[in-house]
Design a protein around this ligand. Sequence first.
Ligand code: TYM
Length: 333
Amino acid sequence: MEDKKIIFSAVQPSGNITLGNYLGAIKNWVDLQADYHCCYSIVDEHSLTIRQDPVLLRKRTLDLLKIYIACGIDPVENILFIQSHVPAHAQLAWILNCYTYMGELSRMTQFKDKSQKHADNINAGLFTYPVLMAADILLYGADLVPVGKDQMQHIEITRDIALRFNSIYGDVFKIPEGFMPKAGAKIMSLTEPLKKMSKSDENPKAYISILDDFNIIAKKIKSAITDSEGVIEYRENDETKAGINNLLTIMSAVTGRRIEDIASDYQGKGYGDFKADVAEAVVEHIRPIRQKYDELSQDKAYLVDIYTRGAERANHIADKTLKKVYKKVGFIV
Ligand code: TYM
């Protein structure tokens, strides 16, 4: 049991979980769970950096737990928990704040993007968000953090903070590595394919929610923005192909086939046929997830049991790390 390495990862319950979240992160968690001890959190504390409706936040937190399980994450083998149930995250984040520089935080792309988008609410939490994320990861001694491309910069800063702390106090934290999927590390918006697909996009046509009706999913894919060239070919650095590149990536991620093989199937065919097939492949991929999700929706007591046991196990590990840190910095424990 001890020989397995450790994974930590998380999603914010701050919107409709998208195909991007699934293909960029959760799908990999499912694939990796056999070989690692895994902790998967629903990071409600992170969500507060943007204003949330409390009733909706509670609902989305439970929805996300259902999605984790419905996607195939084993809730008994792995630790599934809600971040606010484990106080050590906020406690360690405070300490790590004191070992993190304003300069490095102000270089974070996500901070720059989000503070532009929410100019009326550039709160301190939004600024120190990566420190809470570092605390999440470091508390569990994670070796690997499977995420989409947009989170890699936060993993880098986590490593920097951990190395800085270790250089002062000795070998306290394990230095984690980020891990991205081969296909799907950055799924793009369906309406503006140069932007990433985001669960907080104001335009619901831009993203596919795992919980969208199947006919809506198909409609969104069929009306995805592409180009007028009429050639189904993946061209990485050609911005005019961003829409087609994205659909090929999605098709590859849900079918497990190589992009080149998919593109060659569509030589001489039109975008209409291709989009219809992508829509079908996505719907068929999501169908069993939705079935399981609907079943879980009937059993609230089961979900409460999962997150309660998850919190117990997570607290046990996190408290040990926190105690070690408290001792190192000179707190009386
Ligand atoms: P969040 O909630 O924005 O996204 C959850 C996961 O989905 C990935 N992702 C994408 N992947 C591919 N294409 C996209 N368009 C796309 N959009 C999102 C993200 O990279 C992420 O892996 N800060 C994190 C949550 C977090 C966390 C952590 C993650 C908090 N603590 C510790 C790992 C470890 C976030 O906001 O993810």
